[in-house]
Design a protein around this ligand. Structure first.
Ligand SMILES: NC(=O)NC1=NC(=O)NC1=O
Length: 165
């Protein structure tokens, strides 16, 4: 949707447009309530500012919307489509990659108690697998900051596609 159209929606409609980017109510409201935006950069900078910091419960809520890397999001709602597109470099028929992702995801979840989240767009399976093993060495506090940053990157990338200049 164009920025001008986004500016003219009512609050409820505008919230529905941006929610697939990041389902954190405080963030959605901040982005919606700063309208009208004079230009696209103002939208992105508001979204970036509102996405820092995230509280632990906000991260937990947002993570619940992300399928595991390698598991294709089901459904035809906006978020599932975005997730499938972001993970398009991960070939579901590559059994070696799938196996390594499955094992890596499980090990990560056992250690950190939450899904492994990475901004997958633009990354090869090898890069994702490399991040998955590298981040296993993080302590929980460090890893939580990394997860928050990945959430921010995904949110901004999605927002750029949902509301265009
Ligand atoms: N577990 C994940 O990292 N999921 C995802 N990363 C993305 O960039 N999109 C997703 O759905």
């Amino acid at each position: 949707m164009k920025l001008t159209a986004f500016n003219s929606l009512n609050r409820t409609q505008a919230a529905e447009v941006v929610r697939p980017a990041l389902d954190i109510p405080r963030w959605v409201e901040a982005v919606v309530d700063a309208r009208p935006y004079a230009h696209h950069d103002a939208l992105l900078s508001t979204a970036r500012t509102a996405a820092k910091p995230f509280g632990a419960e906000e991260i937990e809520r947002a993570l619940s919307h992300h399928p595991r890397i390698g598991e294709r999001a089901e459904g035809d709602h906006a978020e599932a489509g975005l997730s499938r597109a972001e993970q398009s470099a991960v070939d579901p028929t590559d059994t070696d990659v799938q196996q390594r992702l499955r094992e890596g995801n499980l090990a990560y979840e056992e250690r950190f108690g939450q899904v492994f989240l990475i901004r997958a767009a633009g990354r090869s399976p090898e890069e994702i697998l490399d991040q998955l093993s590298t981040r296993m060495d993080n302590d929980p506090g460090t890893e939580q900051a990394v997860v928050a940053d990945q959430l921010r990157q995904i949110a901004l990338l999605r927002l750029e596609g949902l509301v265009t200049p």
